[in-house]
Design a protein around this ligand. Structure first.
Ligand code: FES
Length: 573
């Protein structure tokens, strides 16, 4: 369909074509309108999304590749979300960013799109939009930052902020040293360098087949990123000619591969929500469910020793052979039919991959853990499911019975967790509710509640925590997340009272309140919890609260599920 869609704007001698061409003549040559494909470069660069601030340079390389291959590159700034900057939580606008991008892809005279993302929500939002519009699309991940050091030790951005702040709370690190570490945390351009959400989703984009094979994980300052961006510009022109669209790449097999990779990499739990949301945007129902993450991921070994669960950082993973070396180790678990945007099966790109450092990428015969998948729990506390990342949890807590200590909101937890009089011990189960997609709103990354200082001082470093919110991909602990239905949607999490016995059994995939069913059924939701649920009056938040779906299906808006296609909109000139 080379250039055919854009031709519907530019071809012909009528007044509409005149207007469309004339207003685009700001340096474009005549031959820009001769039928060659017009390629949008959807750019999430923003000074307020510092992890993506360098994407202008990446866009220039993509543009060069598009021109060289005979296309016309057109940069399209799209909604950007800086994970650390926007309040209350970037997740509140992932769907808005996806919706805005989808609408602009459809509304504009383009034949294909290159998606430039990096910081946590940007690649998921762009992939959701691309899946719904189904124009030829390819991701360029902006890449992780280089590793910073403090007092001779490497710093994992995100993960070490949690660790160092816990050390301050425990009294083992001075406030001055904590503050001094700040200048070393972010060494270069690029996104967080742990196996957090940004790294995970870049690697998921490649495993799904939506990038040039071999690009994900290339550090942002590495000159090879620009060379691969140039190659991506050439590729998208080929993709338009071949009419290679997301619907031909994003198949059940490609999501199968993503789930295998997620486990082998020890990727972020946030990928569960994002992958479900992306799959939900396809025209075809590929039947991806929450349970697939456990069923496919179970038994997949953890091969990558990266923070937050392990020791190394993204720069090390790249040096050690990168994603393709990891996938080579689990090749037998991958779907050999799943194709990439390059037109070839993903597994065909694994032949040349090598592991250069087995301390970072373990061989299959020496995994860090035998079973690294994300466990999906069910029970009377999570009828629609909840997730835990056992690789980031304390093995001794994976089977646990403890007394609930309930917090009705993030604010409630902030006030009471530090109270020396809080009735809590290391066997307690900290329950935080009102943090789901609808309740907060936006499903913030608060599930890894800080531990009570009095327990920290006694050396306690982990406790079982249960929440309907998310956890930062850079965090760790025995944390049960994404409890569904959330409390604000009437889930049983809203019925728990302090003192209730909570039973966690990860091997059995259970999460229960050990109370008779009739006693639970007779309870009304806690009034204090209900009072804390969000009730926005206007704007995006109102729309979001009225339409957001549960975490178990990806927390998309109900009216955004499925595809809208790329049919050319009617003209008004
Ligand atoms: Fe942007 Fe971590 S804050 S990737």
């Amino acid at each position: 369909m080379s250039g055919q869609r854009s031709r519907q704007w530019y071809a012909g001698d009528d007044r509409n074509a005149y207007i469309h061409r004339a207003w685009m003549r700001r340096g474009l040559p005549d031959h820009a309108f001769d039928g060659r494909p017009h390629i949008a470069i959807a750019n999430t660069a923003s000074a307020l999304t510092p992890c993506n601030a360098h994407l202008g340079e990446v866009a220039r390389s993509v543009e060069n590749g598009v021109w060289e291959a005979g296309g016309v590159p057109l940069e399209l700034p799209v909604v950007s979300l800086g994970e650390t900057q926007v309040r209350p939580t970037a997740m509140l606008w992932r769907n808005m960013a996806a919706m805005a991008a989808e609408e602009m892809f459809r509304a504009n005279p383009i034949d294909g799109v290159v998606l430039l993302g990096g910081c946590d929500k940007t690649i998921p939002a762009l992939l959701m939009a691309a899946a719904s519009v189904d124009l030829p699309a390819v991701v360029v991940p902006g890449g992780p930052m280089l590793t910073g050091h403090f007092q001779g030790r490497p710093l994992g951005c995100g993960t070490d902020v949690w660790r160092l702040s816990e050390e301050v709370r425990a009294g083992t690190l001075s406030e001055q040293d904590f503050t001094a570490s700040e200048a070393s945390m972010i060494r270069s351009k690029g996104h967080c360098n742990t196996m957090g959400t940004a790294s995970t989703m870049a690697l998921m984009a490649e495993t799904l087949g939506m990038t040039l094979p071999g690009i994900a994980g290339t550090p942002a300052p590495d000159s090879r990123l620009l060379a691969l961006s140039h190659a991506t510009g050439r590729l998208i022109v080929d993709m338009v000619a071949a009419d290679r669209r997301p619907s031909t790449v994003l198949t059940r097999g490609s999501f199968h591969n993503a789930i295998v990779a997620l486990a082998a990499l020890g990727g972020s739990t946030n990928a569960v929500v994002h992958l479900l949301a992306i799959a939900g945007r396809l025209a075809a129902d590929i039947g991806l469910t929450l349970d697939d993450f456990d069923r496919i991921g179970s038994g997949v070994p953890l091969l990558v020793d990266l923070q937050p669960a392990g020791r190394h950082l993204m720069d090390d993973l790249y040096r050690a052979g990168g994603l393709l070396a990891v996938l080579r180790e689990v090749r037998d678990l991958l779907d050999p039919a799943a194709r990439t945007v390059a037109g070839t099966p993903l597994v065909d790109h694994l032949d040349g991959a090598r592991t250069w450092d087995e301390d970072v990428i373990r061989p299959r015969t020496k995994p860090l853990q035998e079973d690294a998948g994300i466990a999906v729990l069910r029970g009377n506390l999570a009828p629609d499911g909840a997730v835990i990342k056992p690789a980031a949890a304390s093995p001794g807590l994976l089977r646990h019975r403890g007394r609930a200590v309930v917090f009705d909101s993030v604010e409630d937890a902030r006030v009471r967790i530090n109270d020396p009089a809080l009735d809590v011990d290391e066997s307690s189960v900290l329950v935080l509710r009102g943090c789901g997609p609808r309740g907060y709103p936006g499903m913030p990354e608060v599930a890894n509640l800080p531990l009570p200082p009095k327990l920290l001082r006694r050396g306690v470093r982990d406790m079982v925590r249960v929440c309907d919110g998310r956890m930062s991909g850079t965090a760790y602990g025995t944390v049960i997340l994404h409890v569904a239905p959330e409390a604000a949607a009437g889930g049983p999490l809203g019925l728990v009272r302090t003192g209730d016995p909570i039973v966690l059994d990860v091997p059995a995939r259970r999460l229960d309140i050990d109370l008779p069913a009739d006693e639970l059924a007779a309870r009304a939701p806690a009034p204090a919890a209900a009072a804390a649920f969000a009730s926005p009056a206007r704007g995006w938040e109102r729309l979001y609260v009225d339409h957001v779906l549960g975490a178990d299906t990806g927390a998309d808006l109900d009216f955004l599920r499925g595809a809208g296609g790329h049919a050319v909109p009617r003209d008004s000139h």
